[in-house]
Design a protein around this ligand. Structure first.
Ligand SMILES: CC(C)(COP(=O)(O)OP(=O)(O)OC[C@H]1O[C@@H](n2cnc3c(N)ncnc32)[C@H](O)[C@@H]1OP(=O)(O)O)[C@@H](O)C(=O)NCCC(=O)NCCS
Length: 189
């Protein structure tokens, strides 16, 4: 039987460089935070995420932010990573879990980290949390697509302690995470 238990926890984390960041479920009022993240992505990061280097206008970044911030619990989850360098929090990463209501044991996965924060462990923290959330919801498979040159994402996925399958298909790498294994607890991360 499929469970729909959402953990939806907030966790306080430390980057590889020792800086604090927070991972939490996105809320509807995070639209502008997410829009700002997407508006400032480099062409290369947008290309790796969307497979197109198209510039994202402020309006389109806002539409994308709103889409993510409003994802309903039934259809998945958006996790947001934030830092607070001053009075205002900034979004530095986002991970999306999309669940097809017609196939609720299958999810789609996507993750993006702001350029200046890549390589600091934020993508790993987001993905590990998404895997835990997906397992709590009874999801058995997480699917994603990568460009073949996206070595950073492939390495990140292969370090997750769940079986990862990759299939080269029509110029992209289709990745399937089999969520049959429990993740080690946070102390082991
Ligand atoms: C893929 C991505 C989410 C990884 O996030 P991240 O926060 O940089 O990942 P982490 O810091 O946790 O590191 C993951 C690994 O990738 C490496 N890495 C991160 N950024 C890198 C870069 N720009 N070039 C090469 N390697 C990189 C890290 O060193 C680490 O490898 P290692 O620990 O095995 O040495 C991020 O690079 C990104 O947003 N890319 C563009 C969007 C994208 O490709 N999304 C995936 C498809 S949906």
């Amino acid at each position: 039987m499929v469970q729909h238990t959402a953990l939806a926890v907030t966790s306080e984390r430390i980057t590889n460089l020792g800086a604090p960041f927070r991972v939490r479920p996105a809320r509807p009022d995070d639209t502008w935070l997410l829009a700002d993240l997407f508006y400032h992505l480099s062409a290369q990061t947008r290309y790796l995420r969307y497979f197109q280097p198209v510039p994202l206008s402020l309006h389109n970044a806002w539409v994308e932010g709103r889409r993510m911030a409003r994802r309903s619990v039934v259809h998945g989850l958006t996790l947001i990573a934030t830092v607070q360098p001053g009075e205002r929090a900034e979004a530095v990463g986002v991970a999306e879990l999309a669940v097809d209501p017609r196939a609720p044991t299958r999810g789609e996965l996507a993750v993006t980290v702001r350029d200046d924060q890549q390589g600091h462990g934020i993508g790993t923290a987001l993905l590990r949390q998404v895997v835990k959330e997906a397992q709590a919801r009874g999801i058995a498979e997480l699917h994603g697509d990568l460009l073949p040159e996206n070595r950073a994402a492939l390495r990140l996925l292969r370090r997750l302690p769940v079986p990862v399958e990759t299939v080269f298909d029509a110029g992209t790498i289709h990745v399937v995470l089999r969520l049959s294994q429990e993740l080690p607890d946070a102390a082991a991360e």
